[in-house]
Design a protein around this ligand. Structure first.
Ligand SMILES: NC(=O)c1ccc[n+]([C@@H]2O[C@H](COP(=O)([O-])OP(=O)(O)OC[C@H]3O[C@@H](n4cnc5c(N)ncnc54)[C@H](O)[C@@H]3O)[C@@H](O)[C@H]2O)c1
Ligand SMILES: [Zn+2]
Length: 369
């Protein structure tokens, strides 16, 4: 098993381990007393993951004499809402969970974000463990303590920072993940590589096929490398007041696409298209070289990710949607555009910058299918 540590010591010690391995899920119950001691546990998950892994986890917890409930909501981004949060909270109250309970967030990024947000506010905050079951959640969403739900006006508009007590990532569960979801997760790995680690970019070039064939060793390496990057960034700027914004590469456009395309796109697919658009912008603004941009687009293509806007999507609608993004300070959307692959974006010493509407529109039009 591989371990990465997130060290956060401001105010109080909130450091936590990320444990990564193949076939480690059944070992979690015996580690919980150490990782996240609690009088009762509530496994919060979606209906699909409940069937695949949730019931077995509840059984394993009970076998060890732990009090465990299972709370499931329907799968999909559509359900990352206030209404679902309310339902999960109602279930916790009904089942008698109190301040001495802990939540086990078992699922993809939707479950992690929503269950983490429930944990942030239930009884003014209870501990939780992230048990990511999608590649995207393993190498990105489960680390860093950002939790949120969506609002019809935009993604992740309501949320909180609430760090988990531990992250427990068993790459074996990726065997049941649909291929499209696996590819979607690779998009966030490309993002990490583009803003932080040229070596990871080479790893993705070389091992793309192994990853898509679910080689456990390649997956373990991939998740570990990405968690190291994410942990380093979060340790430097937990609340995203500066440096952490480098991780928003591709995301200003991605969130706008998700809002404008009504969740027909998976998050990672939107991020892939967003990176293609934003790499193009970077090149136009004198950042990335043409070779750098093309290399990124080729990598996306070789990983089976989209690099163009969906047909029939009006670029003007996408541009308008960038203005409801919560990162649009003072009404102007900001972009984290890398200038050299593998290096953090920096424009006048800042990781993000505004871009003129007509330039964004032009880049969106150039990348229409
Ligand atoms: N908090 C963060 O820092 C952060 C970072 C990146 C993304 N996110 C969020 O993550 C979300 C996307 O997460 P996602 O892509 O994991 O989507 P998801 O949680 O919707 O999971 C995708 C689908 O896969 C199914 N599934 C999950 N694990 C499975 C498994 N092992 N086998 C079979 N099916 C499985 C789920 O039931 C779901 O239908 C977005 O809402 C995004 O905003 C958050
Ligand atoms: Zn993302």
């Amino acid at each position: 098993m591989k371990r990465v540590r997130v060290r956060l010591r401001a105010l109080e010690d909130r450091s936590y381990p990320i444990c990564i391995g193949a076939g480690i899920l059944h070992r979690l119950p015996r580690e919980l007393a150490r990782l996240c001691p609690a009088a009762r546990y509530a496994v919060v998950t979606d209906a699909r993951v409940a069937r695949l892994y949730g019931r077995a986890l509840r059984r394993d917890l009970r076998r060890r004499g732990l009090h465990a409930d299972l709370i499931a909501f329907p799968a999909g981004e559509r359900y990352k809402t206030r209404r679902t949060k309310e339902r999960v909270e109602d279930a916790l109250v009904r089942l008698g969970h109190g301040r001495d309970s802990a939540i086990l967030a078992l699922g993809g990024g939707v479950v992690g974000d929503l269950a983490g947000f429930v944990a942030a506010t239930y009884q003014r905050g209870i501990p939780y463990v992230q048990i990511p079951t999608t590649l995207l959640a393993m190498l990105d969403a489960s680390v860093g303590g950002k939790t949120a739900i969506d609002h019809p006006a935009g993604k992740n508009l309501i949320g909180a920072f609430h760090q988990p007590r531990a992250v427990w990532a068993d790459v074996s569960v990726l065997r049941t993940l649909p291929a499209r979801q696996l590819r979607s997760g690779l998009a966030e790995a490309v993002k990490h590589a583009a803003v932080a680690d040229l070596g990871l970019l080479k790893f993705l070039d070389r091992r793309g096929a192994d990853l898509r064939a679910l080689s456990p060793r390649a997956l373990e390496r991939l998740v570990e490398r990405n968690c190291r990057i994410k942990a380093a960034v979060v340790m430097r700027d937990e609340r995203e007041s500066g440096f952490r914004q480098i991780l928003n590469f591709g995301h200003t456009v991605a969130h706008a696409l998700e809002t404008a395309a009504g969740y027909r796109l998976l998050h990672g697919e939107a991020v892939a298209i967003g990176m293609a658009v934003e790499a193009t912008l970077s090149e136009r603004l004198g950042g990335l070289s043409a070779g750098g941009r093309d290399r990124l687009l080729c990598l996306l293509e070789s990983l089976g990710l989209p690099g163009r806007l969906p047909r029939r999507l009006d670029p003007r609608r996408v541009l308008a949607a960038t203005y409801t993004d919560k990162k649009a300070r003072l009404g102007r959307p900001l972009y984290a555009l890398p200038r050299r692959l593998g290096h953090p974006p920096a424009w006048n010493g800042r990781p993000v910058r505004p871009v003129e509407d007509r330039q964004v529109l032009q880049a969106l039009r150039d990348l229409l299918s």
